[in-house]
Design a protein around this ligand. Structure first.
Ligand SMILES: [Zn+2]
Length: 178
């Protein structure tokens, strides 16, 4: 049986898959430098809750479900203030021994499984980091906020449109002069 809530920096993913083991651990943002560089206030971020559970795969491959829960702050692309982004991701993985084996697998378009090269010393933080980064929104936004200068911007744009000279306005002026 697995020991719950222990700290695992590396895991033998093949053994977890084979033994249908379930592991609970946490990963701190400080262990995920790439993620830390993408978010704001990374020091205040609570460790991510991570569960890895060996499961029945397909195609005879070892499999596990990775669940990651946590919360990060990013800058809102509308009002530029920090916005909280909840991370709640559950991804089923199939593990192969090498890239070559991965490439030999038939490709199914509607496949929900992600195929990765597994390891007996899989770095949990690297794996989690990749999944968290993938789940971050490209344009983080509060559900309800306003851009600080949106009214002015819109007014300016309206003015710009109105001020745009009409192509024949000058011509008419010229004709009048002659
Ligand atoms: Zn906002």
């Amino acid at each position: 049986m697995s020991k719950a809530n222990q700290n695992y920096s590396t895991v033998d993913i093949f053994s977890i898959a084979r033994n249908r083991q379930k592991i609970n651990t946490t990963v701190a943002v400080s262990e995920m430098p790439e993620l830390a560089g993408t978010i704001v206030d990374a020091d205040a971020c609570k460790p991510f809750e991570v569960q890895i559970e060996g499961t029945d795969g397909i195609k005879g491959l070892p499999a596990a479900i990775l669940t990651v829960k946590g919360c990060v702050q990013m800058l809102c692309t509308r009002c530029t203030k920090p916005v909280e982004i909840a991370i709640d991701r559950e991804v089923p993985f199939l593990f192969v021994k090498s890239e070559a084996e991965a490439n030999r697998l038939p490709v199914d378009e509607d496949e929900e499984w992600e195929v990765v090269v597994g390891s007996e010393h899989l770095k949990v933080a690297d794996w989690v980091q990749e999944e968290v980064i993938l789940s971050l929104p490209t344009f983080p936004k509060h559900e309800d906020c306003e851009a600080p200068y949106s009214d002015h911007l819109q007014a300016d744009m309206q003015e710009a449109i109105e001020e745009k000279p009409k192509p024949f306005a000058n011509l008419r002026e010229l004709l009048k002069k002659n």
